[in-house]
Write a protein that binds this ligand. Structure first.
Ligand code: B16
Ligand code: MG
Length: 216
């Protein structure tokens, strides 16, 4: 018998793919500053907070800005990003995500969101999944970025569950490391070679079952 009581889900890359919108908005900003970056580079920004992402991008363009200018640029990018995510629909839920959330809830597991995004509530409302979460923890509630475990530890605390009774679903290396640092089980969503530190890797939540969960 497994002692797992709760499932904590990352948002971008696990429930929805907002990376495409982040990329469009960051690229628009970079272009305005006179440089460009590739979709491959964009991979490095997954799971990284808004301001940390901006610092990495400015570094790619060899552009230097003051703290105040960086806050303005991050906020400009966010305006463009929000314009796109407020048009999202339930059709954008990744395959199997809604079904797996419903399955774990039907099997009496608690659920939490553990995302770096400050826009997670907007996204969950747009795709109609808010009701499937017992706790929502995102970039508005924590100060330390993944791979720090804070976002997941706050999730466990809000659910009133020991970290060792939680499993985290993550698509980013930094997210898997954060879960490990919090002494939680981890299921990597994506490529097994990239996410080799996870206890189990599946290509998407459509491949997850209660049996796999109990065998972790
Ligand atoms: P925001 P996750 C992360 O979401 C994204 O992967 C990352 O690219 C983004 O910079 C971060 O959220 C912050 O997002 O600008 O909306 O606050 O994967 O942790 O759900
Ligand atoms: Mg992610």
């Amino acid at each position: 018998m497994s002692n797992l009581k709760a499932c904590i889900f990352d948002l971008d890359g696990v429930i929805v793919d907002t990376a495409v919108y982040h990329y469009k908005a960051w690229r628009r900003l970079a272009n305005q500053l006179g440089f460009d970056f590739t979709e491959e580079q964009n991979e490095e920004l997954k799971g990284i907070s808004r301001i940390e992402s901006l610092k990495i991008i400015l570094n790619w363009g060899a552009v230097s800005k003051t703290e105040e200018e960086m806050q303005e640029l991050a906020s400009l990018k966010n305006t463009w990003y929000v314009e796109m995510i407020t048009k999202m629909t339930p059709k954008e839920i990744l395959p199997g995500a809604k079904e797996f959330l419903e399955l774990v809830k039907a099997n009496h597991y608690l659920t939490a969101l553990g995302s770096a995004s400050k826009n997670s509530e907007t996204i969950l409302n747009q795709i109609g999944l808010t009701h499937l979460f017992d706790a929502l923890v995102d970039g508005n509630k924590v100060t330390k970025s993944k791979p720090d475990p804070e976002v997941f530890l706050v999730g466990a605390a809000e659910l009133n569950v020991e970290p060792s009774a939680c499993v985290v679903f993550e698509d980013a290396i930094a997210g898997v490391q954060a879960a490990k640092a919090g002494y939680m089980k981890t299921v990597g969503i994506g490529n097994a070679t990239v996410l080799k530190e996870a206890d189990l890797v599946v290509p998407g939540l459509y491949e997850m079952t209660i049996e796999k969960l109990e065998n972790l």
